[in-house]
Design a protein around this ligand. Structure first.
Ligand code: S3P
Length: 177
């Protein structure tokens, strides 16, 4: 079974949507940030501050290699994982890529109080705007893009499940959320 891989900027809902999808499909769920934290033995924030972003990115690349094999996982990825084209290649080998998006204001309201994201220091609103600008187009590698700012969690999940079913990515679908 191919993996279902959620990509997208920070705060677009990858982890929340991924967990719900996994529960409905009864597939295992993986969050790449959490998996890297487990492998390295410290939070992403400390990997960045103590070992550098480059260490974090190389852990991401190693993990993507492993995820090139289809394992029937629902995977929520870190927002920067698709910056490396090799990662995109590997994730695509193992699964179907689905992008989540949201307006900058929606992203800001979701993440402004969380202190776990090392790239969002200083003026968070303008950091978000700057990073979104730098990353223009990088999430377009997905087959399907869903704006989670416009939809409820249940609607987002239903849209993704319908898409997966239409494309025969799933064998059968449990009756609903
Ligand atoms: C990052 C996003 C984070 C995490 C790290 C870097 C990025 O994940 O991987 O802080 O470069 O966009 P989330 O998208 O889950 O917040």
């Amino acid at each position: 079974m191919r993996n279902v891989v959620l990509i997208g900027f920070m705060g677009t809902g990858k982890t929340t949507v991924g967990r719900r999808l996994a529960r409905i499909l009864r597939w295992p769920f993986m969050d790449t940030d959490a998996e890297i934290e487990r492998l390295v033995g410290k939070p992403v924030r400390r990997i960045f501050s103590e070992d550098g972003e480059i260490r974090f990115r190389s852990e991401e690349a190693l993990l993507c290699r492993k995820l090139a094999t289809p394992q029937g996982l629902v995977i929520a990825t870190g927002g920067g994982i698709v910056l490396n084209p090799e990662n995109v290649r590997h994730l695509r080998m193992g699964g179907v890529l689905i992008a989540l998006t949201a307006d900058p204001e929606v992203i800001y309201s979701r993440i402004r109080r969380k202190k776990t994201r090392p790239l969002l220091h200083g003026d968070v609103r303008s950091r978000i705007a700057g990073l979104l600008r730098e990353r223009t187009g990088v999430y377009d590698v997905a087959e399907l893009t869903v704006d989670t700012g416009e939809l409820s969690l249940a609607e987002t999940v239903r849209l993704i499940l319908n898409y997966l079913q239409e494309r025969n990515y799933l064998d059968g679908l449990p009756s609903g959320p």
